[in-house]
Ligand binder design. Structure first.
Ligand code: TYM
Length: 331
């Protein structure tokens, strides 16, 4: 088993990133596998980034990995731009992927907005670089949140077409891991919108840097409804806010949604919200405390990143050499 995943180096992380990605990164350390977790700084510059801020964001995301329990001895933690082979393979994949595949990507449409002409070309070919990230390590498993589904499908398409066109069995078709209630965490202010770094309302998300009081107050203010919680999961179908809050509880407590409803079915949010706040504070406070410590120790974070970059480079180099040979490129 070879695992790769990454988080974009843009802004601070929230509970959605934790449950959709970081927690899985840490949990998967019990498996027999080789693990690569990168900070996607090349993806970040598909939209404008202040150069100094970008470097500090890269360090901050690395600190989040460590705070969430990713062990740098068991997993390579590295900045994507530290391993040149990512961009090299991305170019080759630009010549494998088809325009029609990228035209279907919904994230480009969302991020480019109405004025497509002014979006960077990098934003358009973003999923091709992501395919290169994954296949460069011949990853077999990719832990991500549900919003990455389309990008992972494109990665499989690139692997398939490369193998087919060059008549090789070189790249594995990676499996995406996004099961469970943490795969799609919604905004605390709107159960139909994804919890996101870019939401202007800070009350819409729980940040990894939030302290216990802030977390409790955000949950108290979270949008809910006037009904009691149902006793069966089906009863959450038309209640997005209730579904999200129960899902957050289940994902953090490590139980099923039905387990939560067995305990709270028939009770209102007056009873459920304080219990939820307790679980969130209980699980997230140790992480934010560790994170604060690491943010004051950039030398330790840099040491981890250097070590991770060396391991990633050593794994990536032979793959890019093989690929160049398969394609008929020089050197
Ligand atoms: P990014 O930085 O947007 O998000 C990082 C991870 O967090 C997950 N996530 C969520 N999960 C559940 N609920 C949410 N509300 C939520 N918001 C974000 C994302 O699914 C993701 O797993 N393109 C990627 C970064 C990337 C990558 C890769 C990932 C670059 N190369 C190779 C995997 C493999 C991105 O922008 O994620």
């Amino acid at each position: 088993m070879r695992i790769l995943s990454g988080i974009q180096a843009s802004g601070s992380l929230h509970l959605g990133n934790y449950l959709g990605a970081l927690k899985k990164f840490a949990d998967m350390q019990s498996l027999e596998a080789t693990r690569f977790y990168m900070i996607a700084d090349l993806h970040a510059i598909t939209v404008w980034q202040d150069p100094e801020k970008l470097l500090s964001q890269t360090r901050e995301i690395a600190a989040c990995y460590l705070a969430a329990g990713v062990d740098p001895v068991k997993s390579a933690i590295f900045p994507q731009s530290a391993v040149r082979a990512h961009t090299e393979l991305a170019w080759i994949f630009n010549c494998v992927a088809r325009l029609g595949w990228l035209d279907r990507m919904t994230q480009f449409k969302d991020k480019a907005g109405k004025d497509k002409e002014r979006a960077s070309i990098g934003l358009y070919t973003y999923p091709v670089l992501q395919a290169a990230d994954i296949l460069l390590y011949k990853a077999t498993h990719v832990p991500v949140g549900e919003d990455q589904r389309q990008h992972l499908e494109l990665t499989r398409d690139v692997a398939k077409k490369f193998n087919h066109d060059y008549k090789v069995e070189y790249f594995p078709l990676p499996d995406t891991l996004y099961q469970g209630p943490g795969a799609r965490i919604m905004s605390l202010r709107d159960g139909l919108a994804k919890m996101s770094k870019s939401d202007p309302s800070d009350n819409s998300r729980i940040n990894l840097t939030d302290d216990a009081d802030t977390i409790a107050s955000k949950i108290k203010k979270a949008k809910s409804d006037a009904e009691v919680l149902p006793t069966e999961e089906a009863g959450l179908a038309e209640r997005p806010e209730a579904k999200n809050l129960v899902g957050i509880y289940a994902a953090l407590a490590g139980v099923s949604v039905q387990d939560v409803l067995n305990d709270f079915g028939g009770k209102g949010f007056g009873a459920f919200k304080p219990a939820l706040a307790e679980v969130v504070v209980d699980k997230m406070s140790p992480i934010s405390e560790r994170l604060r410590g690491l943010l004051n120790d950039p030398a330790e974070v840099d040491r981890v990143l250097k070590l991770g970059a060396e391991a990633a480079e050593a794994a990536a180099e032979p793959v890019v050499r093989d690929v160049k040979k398969i394609v008929g490129l020089w050197g």
